[in-house]
Design a binder for this molecule. Structure first.
Ligand code: BGC
Length: 747
């Protein structure tokens, strides 16, 4: 449609018809069942007319089902306007890639983009138009369960991954085959929840907020994200979903976002519980005035905006503005010409979970694994007697709680993959214990008939005891033990904040018993968040972090364990020494009393009972080979704003096998008009080297890299002294100084 046709369409719509375009409901609301009509529909005060005119649905995929649904919708909608179909496609649709935090560990935006393309392809043939992804919330507190969905603690890395996702989902244009609209979320600052408790208050200074937390959303907007989702939390003490400064001033005016703004699930209505809106009508007025276009899953807009317009309390022009954005999105997707877009039951069969997608998912799982420790056990010596012991040995639930469309039956487990490679005569596979004991409470997860598997109650105590004995005996007889352990997938994700960052106790008990009879333990770690690994790292010789690795996790892990693949992932979030450090992140601000390495003093910024450093820092990860990175050389030590400096190192593979190193560039701004972080990631490069091979890696330092939101909230550089660090993790210590020169005008 042309813009003129869209305008004509808009002006021919009734007020309520327009408002219902701003309504998003779950697909289940459209069943004719009595239970829905008298239940949720009645509770929300929605009529059949509202449903007939509703602009979008969330939460269902399937080509034929959505084609039929769209046909019905268009017959009923007064102007035959097609609906938008949206869903949480977070790290794959059916072919599940490693969880987003893991994807970030690859430091490989090309791979992430390809993964997003694959997800878009599977989602689009299954009828979807829009995915609620990427989630780009900076997350620095491992207690927050949603860090598994995020690209991690660093604004720059988050921004790179945000762009890769948006480009992968959306392709060159939304109307082209297999493109879906991206929806960057949760705007904004959601990852800053106080004490890591989900949905909690966020208290950030405006400076930190702009400088650190807004960066990834800015990158996603720049990359053209078609939608933005507002968050549940407050920003400057006002709920984000009714925060005009956040949405109109910053997102629209400063960032130039022209797409559709959607609330998070019931977030407009929740501003009442926040004590900010006095009722649904007040919430609707505030959210609309703040710039939110779509009300997800409540009737605040549908039930109140018409009355507010009629009473002269809100301007109809604001509704027109929002509806035009929604119509434009439908038009950009080509839905007025082809309301089914790519939905195709035949292609759905061929494309979903096809070999090509599975291989890409496997490669991604290989690239995202992080080798945290290796005292010589890895890669495994296949001539040895090996016992695989732990509840993840043959577990198919390795996709994360956000892989909502995934089915465990499609997963290749570790055991399934290992049986193809390891000699059956010398290898045993034993579960040994459940994933969670009775002490882990997962309240509310069994709603809607869902069943939690992997819990102690699945077998009798005697049965578990027998399995444990069998496992410990096998460990005693084996040369080495591979222990796949970790969090239950339901322990991470939304509403899963934890005050303890441990592996479930029932698994630790098994680990201790195995460790008592065999010193040679490799732990393969499945988890959604950084954990407290002190005990594991003391007792296990090797630790391979595999996160929730997705559909092809099993084959990827076998390749990694056997050395067919060499680990190259780096931590995108610091793993705390213990929970008392949280939030802990490498780019913390400088204090007036920093500790000096090796010097013990009393009045310093430190703990008296634990170190300041995390157990495993941001950017850290080992390989089966070793690399040497030379000291940094600079092309010059002074630059003006117009100039650049080249910073270089030589990276050499000093080990015996080929491997990939992620070379990381950090800058430190030594003095500023505000206090600055001790280090900031500004670039990285993956470099693959054969044994003995070396390569020069150079980064160009530009004035733009030195800019930040200064004391007056303006993004600019400040002349002065900087330090460049290039290394293999955020702990790199040796840097080189340079100066950004003040411009001196000569008359
Ligand atoms: C989550 C969002 C998600 C939405 C729709 C909310 O509870 O916070 O991330 O996109 O539900 O499923």
């Amino acid at each position: 449609m042309t813009q003129k046709q869209l305008e004509e369409l808009l002006s021919s719509m009734s007020l309520q018809e327009k408002i219902d375009q701003m309504l998003q409901l779950g697909s289940y609301m459209f069943s004719d069942s009595e239970a829905i009509v008298t239940g949720p529909m009645a509770e929300m005060g929605l009529s059949k007319e509202n449903l007939d005119q509703c602009g979008s649905i969330l939460g269902s995929m399937g080509a034929q089902m959505l084609i039929d649904f769209q046909k019905g919708v268009m017959e009923r909608q007064p102007h035959h306007i097609p609906m938008l179909f949206m869903m949480d496609i977070i790290h794959g649709a059916k072919t599940i890639f490693p969880m987003p935090l893991a994807l970030s560990a690859s430091f490989d935006p090309e791979m992430v983009k390809e993964g997003a393309q694959i997800a878009a392809k599977e989602a689009s043939v299954a009828g979807l138009h829009c995915v609620f992804s990427p989630m780009v919330d900076v997350s620095r507190d491992a207690r927050w369960g949603r860090c598994m969905e995020s690209p991690g603690e660093d604004p720059y890395l988050n921004g790179v991954m945000a762009k890769a996702h948006v480009e992968g989902f959306q392709g060159k244009s939304l109307s082209e085959p297999y493109s879906v609209a991206a929806c960057v979320k949760h705007y904004a600052g959601y990852g800053g929840a106080e004490a890591g408790r989900d949905y909690n208050t966020v208290q950030l200074t405006e400076h930190t907020f702009r400088q650190e937390y807004l960066t990834p959303y800015r990158e996603a907007v720049k990359a053209g994200s078609a939608l933005v989702m507002s968050s549940f939390n407050t920003v400057n003490d006002i709920p984000a979903s009714t925060n005009r400064w956040l949405m109109r001033d910053i997102l629209r005016d400063e960032m130039g976002f022209e797409g559709v703004l959607i609330s998070d699930f019931a977030a407009i209505q929740e501003t009442i519980a926040h004590g900010y809106s006095e009722g649904a009508a007040d919430a609707a007025k505030k959210a609309l005035e703040a710039g939110l276009d779509i009300d997800m899953m409540t009737s605040c807009y549908s039930g109140n905006l018409a009355k507010l317009v009629e009473a002269g309390e809100v301007e109809e022009a604001l509704i027109d503005e929002s509806v035009m954005r929604i119509l434009k999105l439908k038009n950009a997707l080509g839905l007025f010409e082809n309301p089914f877009k790519d939905a195709d039951p035949e292609k759905e069969k061929d494309i979903i979970l096809c070999q090509e997608h599975r291989e890409a998912a496997r490669e991604a799982a290989e690239e995202t694994a992080v080798l945290l420790k290796n005292d010589g056990l890895l890669p495994l010596d296949l001539s040895k007697k090996i016992a695989f012991i732990g509840p993840y040995v043959n577990c198919a639930e390795t996709q994360s709680s956000w892989a909502v469309a995934a089915e465990p039956k499609d997963t290749i487990t570790l055991q399934m993959a290992a049986e193809k490679i390891f000699d059956p005569e010398r290898t045993t596979y034993l579960e040994g214990c459940p994933r969670i004991g009775a002490d882990v409470k997962l309240v509310g997860f069994e709603m809607f008939g869902n069943k939690i598997s992997g819990k102690a109650g699945d077998r009798t105590e005697e049965e578990w005891k027998a399995l444990e004995n069998e496992a410990v005996n096998a460990a005693r007889e084996a040369d080495m033990v591979v222990m796949p352990l970790g969090e239950h997938y339901l322990q991470t994700g939304e509403a899963t904040s934890r005050a303890f960052l441990d592996i479930p106790e029932v698994q630790m008990e098994l680990f201790r018993k195995v460790a008592a009879v065999n010193d040679n333990i490799v732990v393969v770690l499945y988890n959604g968040r950084p954990l407290d690994l002190r005990e594991i790292s003391r007792k296990a010789k090797s630790i391979l972090e595999v996160w929730f690795p997705g559909t092809e996790g099993g084959p990827a892990i076998v390749n990694l364990l056997t050395g067919k693949a060499n680990p190259s992932g780096k931590l995108p979030m610091s793993f705390p020494y213990c929970v008392g450090q949280c939030p802990v992140y490498y780019g913390h601000y400088a204090t007036g009393r920093p500790i000096v390495q090796g010097v013990e003093e009393r009045f310093k910024s430190k703990y008296i009972d634990i170190p300041n450093e995390p157990l495993y820092p941001f950017g850290y990860g080992l390989s089966y080979t070793t690399f040497e990175i030379s000291p940094v050389t600079l092309s010059k030590t002074e630059m003006t704003k117009e100039e650049t400096i080249t910073a270089s190192v030589i990276v050499k593979n000093t080990g015996a096998v080929a491997g990939t190193e992620v070379v990381q560039l950090y800058l430190q701004d030594c003095f500023g008009s505000t206090v600055r972080p001790v280090k900031e990631l500004k670039g990285f490069e993956r470099v693959t080297l054969q044994p003995g091979e070396e390569k020069e890696i150079s980064f160009t330092i530009t004035e733009e890299m030195l800019q930040y939101y200064t004391a007056d909230f303006v993004k600019k550089s400040e002349p002065g002294q900087f330090v460049v660090y290039i290394g293999d993790s955020s702990m790199v210590e040796e840097g080189k100084e340079f100066s950004l020169l003040r411009i001196v005008y000569k008359y």
